[in-house]
Write a protein that binds this ligand. Sequence first.
Ligand SMILES: Cc1cc2nc3c(=O)[nH]c(=O)nc-3n(C[C@H](O)[C@H](O)[C@H](O)COP(=O)(O)OP(=O)(O)OC[C@H]3O[C@@H](n4cnc5c(N)ncnc54)[C@H](O)[C@@H]3O)c2cc1C
Ligand code: FES
Length: 503
Amino acid sequence: MGLPTYPESYWLATVGMPSYGKLEKDLEADVAIVGGGIAGLTTAYLLAKEGKSVVLATAGKLLGGTTGYTTAKLTAQHDLIYDEYIAHFGEERAKRYYEANMEGLAFIRQLAEEANIDCDLVEEDAYVYTNAESKIASVEKEYEAYKRLGIPGALEEKLAIPVPARLAVVMHNQARFHPVPYLKHLTEQFVKLGGRIFENTTIDKVEENGGSVTVTTADGRRIDCRDAVSCSHFPIPDSGFYFARLHAESSYAIAVRAPGELPKGMYISAEKPNRSVRTITYGGEKLLLIGGESHKVGQSEPGFRHYEALEAFARTEFGATDIVYRWSAQDFEATDKMPYIGPVSGGKKHIYVATGFRKWGMTTSVVAAHLLTDLIVGRGNRYADLYDPSRFHADPDLKTLVSQNVNVAGQLIRGKLEWLRRKPEDLGPDEGGLVRVDGRKAGAYRGPDGELIVVDTTCRHMGCEVEWNDGDRTWDCPCHGSRYTYRGEVIEGPAKKNLERLN
Ligand SMILES: Cc1cc2nc3c(=O)[nH]c(=O)nc-3n(C[C@H](O)[C@H](O)[C@H](O)COP(=O)(O)OP(=O)(O)OC[C@H]3O[C@@H](n4cnc5c(N)ncnc54)[C@H](O)[C@@H]3O)c2cc1C
Ligand code: FES
């Protein structure tokens, strides 16, 4: 059937979102927000409602980051996590995590209802299911955790979808929606409240000097403000060793046509390769959205295999007839699996961060927006300690931190030693990979029309070697998740500069 090429192939995209110009002159504001995804927009909206003068700057277009490529389940069921959170953070904090995310869901639902936003918000139960003997005990333990924390749920032996499953833990009263109409409304309200938005504005530096903050764009424009919030996925500035405490995970998704009544409920498997299933309504048509195949960015088999695996699952289990859309995206995960929301580091009182949503940022972004707004206006917030980026829990955080750094060091070395035999002339149409040019290693892609684009494969963040992703025609960095188009343009940080072009 032939898969469309990146980046035309996503369903949520930015269709219908308003457009804004680039920041062309220096500005002053109470608060500068970096990042035009759900976290940045919701924070900007809440701060503007508090009467703050707010500027939001984002690289690329609004919703052009992970928010535009999400699967948009609105749930506090974030895989199998509560049993682990109880063990690691204690019962009281695990319960607060659940409550925070249910409040996030309630906020979205209430705003969508009050403003009558047509965003396909449907209440559904959420399931984590398993067909693997090795995961049965984990699913049972998760349900025990639900009971201890008072989470409405159940254990089920049969699912309403035709996938092989022996056991599932269900969380009741969750939801799904389409984030674009919802965030379009939020954006318009923000602008009505006096908020200013700048697209195609990459922020290079965020610096705190005494009681004020200067945010500087890659073009040298300045926003002088009292507070700044980095909702840019990877924090700016990286003054809290985030490169060692966060890693980026890629996931793939396809939207398919399938015969018969589409199932109710939202599903995710406990085992890998993971599978996520929900129904969407797009352009008046009901489609099945299948996601999964998660892996660390830049550390996997060829990208197209992940799409093939999802396609095979959709055909075998649901009788899917055709693939309408496909896309991939990534999200950051903290070493202890708890998002980082709060002051970017102990020494900085006016720079805040919201990241590490672990592919569950729809509700957590709303939690972040309320928490950061409270911190900036000087109110208390009952979740501040839970998400505090300065927390340090030696076990298992330390162990993961060490193994993550060993993993990154391995990637640095492996990339540098890779032996290259291929020349650019060897590449066929629509083919990319590592090649040797003038005796040195380079990355090349030959377009379908024969155009050859050659880039330096040294990542502009900290110098790891980027890997070719043939599923999306991108260069992906295995160290901290930066991604670049085949032309070398940054799609996703922490890198802020494009790969160097060699031709
Ligand atoms: C495949 C997939 C499926 C998912 N499904 C779900 C789901 O079902 N439910 C759920 O709750 N969550 C889900 N998530 C997670 C959720 O989509 C994300 O957590 C959320 O969208 C993150 O929002 P954000 O605003 O933090 O980031 P983003 O939407 O990525 O926004 C960050 C913005 O910052 C900008 N930026 C970055 N660097 C700079 C810079 N230097 N200067 C200026 N701007 C910059 C980017 O351009 C981008 O616009 C999924 C994630 C993936 C990858
Ligand atoms: S993302 Fe850090 S070195 Fe590439």
